[in-house]
Design a protein around this ligand. Structure first.
Ligand code: T5A
Length: 220
């Protein structure tokens, strides 16, 4: 038995955490066991690494070292939280996953793609998401939402506006490259409207009974 693995990706303030919670509620109403989690973090070891990654302590070591710490956190998260949940048939919904490394460290940080892919193979294994939502909002909308929270900015939120414009483009490129796995959602609408579009995609791609077409037998 294997559960479904769904990830949410996108820029800062695109509404990922909000939509993870709304989708989990809807699935639980159907009697499905759902584990919600996040990256960096999602297990005690990875949460400890999250603090170092987001408070900027690791930044001076450079993007390659930073990528390796993200990978170490992911390894613990997959082994401790994600793989056991999927193995018992639960659905896992994760707020950011490997695509964030591909984009933040790979595209924006210029870390060699071969390093990123090698670390993916070592840490993710067959715990690949079957469905990834890329929540797309104009940068200024995401920023306004995050600044409304009034928290101190983390290491990535403090980057220049140009960084976030490139980030948005890179996520859209990624979704274009992997259309079977990735669904782009216009996340500038109300949380409820966004949740409805996500739900329709989940029904279509994961919940609809699969009708397997079998080729007609040749008459003998
Ligand atoms: N990172 C992560 C890497 O560099 N490499 C990696 O491999 C990984 C895994 C994580 C940072 O780490 C980086 C990327 C990130 O910079 P984080 O603190 O987890 O940092 O932050 P984010 O993932 O960016 O999430 P945010 O909390 O900033 O935003 P969300 O989760 O997208 O948005 P959410 O749901 O918290 O909503 C933000 C605010 O907007 C409101 C909410 O109520 C909330 O106040 N909101 C809406 N308002 C209007 N309309 C809507 N549709 C709304 N949806 C939410």
């Amino acid at each position: 038995m294997r559960g479904s693995f769904i990830t949410f990706e996108g820029g800062e303030g695109s509404g990922k955490s909000t939509q993870v919670a709304l989708l989990a509620d809807r699935l639980r109403l159907r009697g499905i066991e759902v584990v919600t989690t996040r990256e960096p973090g999602g297990s005690p070891g990875a949460e400890a690494m999250r603090l170092l990654l987001l408070n900027g302590v690791i930044k001076p070591l450079g993007p390659t070292a930073e990528t390796m710490i993200f990978a170490a956190a992911r390894d613990d998260h997959v082994q401790t939280t994600i793989a056991p949940a999927l193995a018992r048939g639960a659905w896992v919904i994760c707020d950011r996953f490997l695509d964030s490394t591909r984009i933040y460290q790979g595209v924006l940080g210029n870390v060699d793609r071969r390093i990123i892919r090698a670390l993916e193979r070592a840490t993710v294994g067959d715990a690949m998401p079957g469905l990834t939502f890329v929540l797309d909002v104009p940068v200024e909308v995401g920023f306004a939402r995050v600044s409304d929270r009034g928290q101190i900015k983390d290491r990535f939120e403090s980057e220049e506006i140009e960084f976030h414009i490139q980030l948005r483009e890179a996520f859209l490129d990624l979704a274009r490259d992997e259309p079977k796995r990735c669904v782009v959602i216009d996340a500038s609408q109300s949380p409820e409207a966004v949740a409805t579009r996500i739900w329709l995609a989940v029904v279509e791609r994961l919940l609809k009974p699969r009708t397997t077409k079998t080729a007609p037998r040749a008459a003998s």
